[in-house]
Design a protein around this ligand. Sequence first.
Ligand SMILES: [Mn+2]
Length: 395
Amino acid sequence: MRIVHMSDNHLGKAQFHLAEREEDLYKAFDMAVDLALQQDPDLVIHTGDLFDSYRPHPRAFVRAFEGLLRIVERDIPIAIVEGNHELGPDTVRKRIASPLINLRKLFERLGYGKLFVRLGPGAVRIGDVVVAGAPYASRGVKIADTVESLDRKAKNLCESCPKVLMLHQGVRGMIKAIYPEVDFSEIAKSSFDYVAMGHYHNKVVRRSGKRIFAYSGSTEVIETREIPLAGEGKYVLSVKIDKGCIEMEELRLSTRPFLYFSETLINTQDLYVLIEGLKKQLTSQEFDERPVVYGKLSLKGDVRPGMPTLEIRRALMDLSLYVIVRESRITEEGEEKGLLTGVGLEELVQNAVASLDLDQEVRALALRIFDLWYREGKRGEAFVNGVLGLMEEGS
Ligand SMILES: [Mn+2]
């Protein structure tokens, strides 16, 4: 059986508040669907965060629907689980709200109910494989117990079939997660042959005997912290799985280019050398589209804070889609201090929290609360519940 694994499209997000970046994410998703269809797969699995919000804009909902429709129209089943971005409360109906529930209803209405499988959690047999999966669960929920129970269910459905597990979690031992929710060993002790994961946005593949554990990664650069690794590319994974045999191919997506730099500036001369170098890179390389430029600057000596950002922006504006510069100053004690240079809310808050004299854990909590509000779009009761949840986890 041929399975294509994709994850984390975050449809609806307009990075840097740019319509172009919202469109880039749709394009990457469309391309992921193209690549999947080229594989002529027996099954497509999606490990969550198809949408950026649990209340996606209708535009994002329609784009997701159109892409997935191209798959089910070819009679190819899709199995999917919710990521953290897709879960929120329906305070009116006192239950969980998820756009995947609405998608599922729509496909059902169109006669594709059997082909659009939302595992919430559960296990099903699809063709020659058993597919099990669970939606994102926050720390504090015992993921290990969920995996154990899904493993039992999968074995009951078909003992000898190849088995696939789908999760949207941070796994300690596979990724450097700030909030890992489960240990690799707890997943590895199950009998799943292919463990498909979402949540982490860079591709991570771990092979162990005839088993594969993989984060396919996101299909576009979603968060600023992914930019330094943007050169490694974004992928969907194509897995050939048969009894006692598993092979995997990584299919690279062609996405918006990013130009990343990290420099120390001692004087303005350094700044102009840097700008000339960046200009050269932007004009000499063949970019299909205008790149996003992202740089980190450490200021030493008497370079005036804010000035390098303005100068770089002015020089590169016409050659790029967007320029982000994060400045910090090296103090006499050699300590780096973030400077507030007005580069967007996310960066401002990160810098502000980093500059406060707080315990590591408290800083992490503050950022997590900000994430709930800003990135996950939680408001009102959903936000309060989220914060209470985080406090419980922490204590
Ligand atoms: Mn995600």
